[in-house]
Design a protein around this ligand. Sequence first.
Ligand SMILES: [Zn+2]
Length: 208
Amino acid sequence: MAKSLDDLPPRAALVEIAHDFHARGWMAGTAGNLSAREDGHFWITASGKPKGRLEEKDFLLVRITDGKVIERAQAGNEPSAETAIHCAIYALFPEARACLHGHSVSACLAAERAKPKAESLRLPPLEMIKGFDIWERHPKVNLPLFDNALDVGKIAQAVRQRFGKTPPEVTAMMVRGHGATVWGSGVQQAYDRFEILDFLLRYCARAR
Ligand SMILES: [Zn+2]
């Protein structure tokens, strides 16, 4: 096994993450999508592929500027509607090299703890928050919350509008009743931070 996910070719690293997230209940069935940047493009999981059985041919190469499909690892691969959110993240944050989106029970339960109109969820000030490179004694860190929409383009638009004005305090966001998205300076960092965010959200969901 590679020491770091960054030592693997991007698609191989994402396949490993898909199997891991599926086993942990964060990518049930075909849910969620994973991507890694390559210059002005990113490889992203194709729509409708079971994540527990994902393979390196189940990807598409998409252009960041307009979401155009540049290459299909296999004929017939179609982009997920959620590709628009990955486009937004890569366009907004040049340092983002990987972006992971999963659907977890703890993320949905934690988001319900926030007021219905709240634009963010306060993360618990636990030691684990250091994983987001926050080194304060009593950190008050907010996770951006977005409303879910059937038209994912609307979520992507809201992400561009809000983050274009105010970048988030953590490299993560949550869509209510849907799931979390985490990005990082590499595939390994994005993976670690997704795991840490899940820990924090599980704590939120269970805390009285
Ligand atoms: Zn989703």
